[in-house]
Design a protein around this ligand. Structure first.
Ligand SMILES: [Zn+2]
Length: 627
């Protein structure tokens, strides 16, 4: 592995000019993590840091790359003890920055020993602050289990990590294993940047699949699971994930890792998300994804999305999202590129690799176009404000999400990039596409993992090199302006139009099954869980106007008890104005009330239909790229 340096040399130079601390680069910090009884949800940590006597400041990582905010799970750190020269040392926490610890190293000491426990969550929490440990699985992000000294860039601090796992467990990681000693696995020394960038999954049930058997650059699918059958990926999905490697190579024309590991946790008991890294991704998903076609349909773009991040987010990164250590605040204005473009290509690559058929891809596109078309919050909040305040958006509640907007830069960002792709195809009469931008912007320095930062101006220059156009004006209009309408111009330019019908959308059905809810947002304007609890209500939609609100529990529909089927039947009864009202009884906060929804539109599921006489760019975009 190579250290990750970036073009941000000014900030780096300022920090390197701390000569007294240069020793950390030469003498690695010893980090020993032990997890022998995962059912108790504890990582036991011992750290040994070379020191010299005097004041010392240590940090717990705060801004976690990929989580785009100050999300380091410090609330789970406990049992902290510092020892040096035979003494237990007093310490105090900074009263302003609670991720900072200060102490005095006594005379004669050259090593500081630190013991602490990381109490791995048993419920709740988002991303890596969520459930990461079960009796059969351990998912470790190393930022959870390390303190590091202030004064040097984290690319200059070297760690020597090891982990002790339950007997017989196997593991996957992009770290290089130096030795295995029984249940203790020792890794080659690595910079703190790369350590935080190299999670580890381990489990009782583990399987590794080689996704590039004919290449000297290895790409592995490492899997841990609740039960052995979940690891049964089968020939078809193995072929599709191998296609993903091939199609990503053809899209970007480069790779920016030595080897790559998809670290896939198949569990119904851990949190579910993906977190990108340069040479791996921490992907956590339902246990049955390879056993249940509907689960795969709903989640097919997860691995393509996280893989795309190796190029878009890790190799190329918005300038203000790169920082010299994990305490310096990140600025997230360009997340519509980092996440929006990754969303777009993650979905395109899911189709090009065969994980989705072209109709699957269209069903997904129809769903997200409809979802973004039901975002009245765009009237008060431009998309750029959701990126600037991303760290609030990830943590914001889901109720009235359509009015507050949250993290719309994923799905609306993808629609904007579809617009850019189809616009390039139109302007160049099919000679060029966003694939040309991909090669230009991400395809340089093949094999290098040295992060290159970029600005908005760099994006515009690269687009103009593909085809000249007012790209700055095009993008700024969609990013900075409020609007009553979603940016669906890319669909129209791609030859398709969003419509609604009573025929279910299979992608939406898969989402309903996976997430155990009923989605009638596009008809009466609400989503509801299996037991009738309302998750969200469309701002000023039919249900909102009737007085319904998130958090209420629907108990009766037109005189019958609640069930998802009864709700959909009642909505369907309004088709063509045959019925004009739906009566709902709901209870909330100790009060039961009756509500009358005035609605005549019937059930509405989103679909795309061809616009006659236009080129079908959308199908061309979804088709595999030939050599
Ligand atoms: Zn992402």
């Amino acid at each position: 592995m190579r250290p990750l340096f970036t073009s941000c040399s000014v900030a780096l130079a300022a920090l390197i000019a701390a000569p007294a601390l240069a020793g950390y680069a030469k003498a690695p910090i010893d980090l020993a993590v032990s997890v022998t009884a995962p059912r108790q949800h504890v990582f036991y940590v011992t750290e040994k840091i070379p020191v010299t006597p005097g004041p010392l400041t240590l940090y717990y990582p705060k801004y976690i790359p990929g989580e785009h905010g100050p999300t380091g799970p410090i609330v789970n750190l406990a049992g902290l003890v510092f020892r040096a020269h035979g003494k237990t040392l007093a310490w105090h926490r900074d009263p302003v920055d609670m991720y900072t610890f200060r102490l005095n190293v006594p005379k004669g000491a050259n090593t500081l020993a630190i013991d602490f426990d990381f109490l791995s969550p048993v419920g709740g929490g988002a991303f890596t602050a969520g459930v990461s440990m079960t009796p059969r699985i351990v998912d470790l992000e190393w930022n959870q289990v390390a303190l590091y000294p202030a004064g040097l860039p984290t690319a200059k601090i070297v760690f020597h990590p090891r982990i002790t796992l339950p007997r017989g467990w196997r593991y996957g990681t992009a770290l290089v294993t130096a030795s295995n000693n029984g249940n203790t696995h020792v890794f080659a020394p690595v910079t703190f940047n790369n350590l935080v960038d190299s999670p580890l999954i381990a489990g009782k049930y583990f399987r590794q699949v080689n996704l590039a058997p004919d290449s000297t650059v290895h790409r592995y699918l490492d899997m841990v699971a609740d039960y052995p059958q979940a690891l049964d990926i089968g020939d078809t999905y193995t072929r599709d994930y191998r296609n993903l490697i091939v199609q990503a190579n053809r899209l970007f024309g480069s790779h920016h890792y030595e080897n790559y590991h998809f670290l896939l946790t198949l569990s119904d008991h851990t949190g579910h998300f993906g977190l990108e890294h340069h040479q791996s991704s921490d992907d956590r998903i339902n246990a049955d994804i390879f056993l249940n076609k509907q689960t795969l349909l709903g989640e097919a773009s997860l691995l393509p999305h996280e893989y795309t991040h190796s190029w878009n987010g890790k190799f190329r990164r918005p300038a203000k999202l790169w920082q010299p250590n994990f305490e310096t605040p990140e600025q997230t204005r360009l997340l519509w590129v980092y996440e929006g473009l990754t969303n777009y290509w993650g979905e395109v690559l899911a189709a090009r690799s065969g994980l989705w058929t072209t109709p699957d891809y269209r069903a997904m596109m129809a769903y997200y176009a409809a979802d973004m078309a039901h975002r009245p919050g765009r009237q008060w909040r431009p998309l750029i404000d959701t990126t600037i305040a991303a760290q609030l958006g990830y943590a914001s509640p889901h109720f009235y999400a359509n009015w507050r907007r949250g993290t719309d830069f994923y799905d609306e960002g993808a629609l904007i990039w579809l617009g850019v792709d189809t616009k390039i195809r139109k302007l160049t009469h099919d000679k060029r596409s966003l694939d040309n931008f991909a090669r230009r912007f991400f395809g340089m320095d093949n094999g290098s993992d040295l992060t290159k930062t970029y600005t908005f101006a760099d994006i515009v220059v690269a687009l103009n090199a593909v085809v000249r156009y007012d790209w700055s004006g095009y993008l700024r209009q969609r990013l900075d302006k409020t609007s009553a309408h979603a940016p669906l111009g890319g669909l129209a330019d791609g030859g398709w139009k969003l419509v609604y019908s009573a025929t279910p959308n299979p992608y939406e059905q898969a989402r309903e099954t996976i997430h155990k809810f009923t989605d009638v947002m596009f008809s009466i304007g609400l989503t509801v869980d299996k037991k009738g609890k309302i998750d969200d209500v469309l701002w000023q939609g039919p249900a909102f106007k009737a007085g319904l609100a998130p958090g209420m529990k629907i108990v009766g529909i037109d005189g019958t008890t609640f069930s998802p089927a009864a709700l959909k039947r009642a909505i369907a009864s309004t088709t063509g104005g045959r019925n004009t009202v739906i009566g709902l009884t709901a209870k909330a906060q100790g009060v039961i009330q009756h509500f009358t929804i005035r609605y005549t539109g019937g059930i509405r599921y989103p679909h795309l239909v061809r616009v006659p006489g236009t080129p079908d760019y959308l199908s061309q975009i979804a088709a595999p790229v030939r050599d």
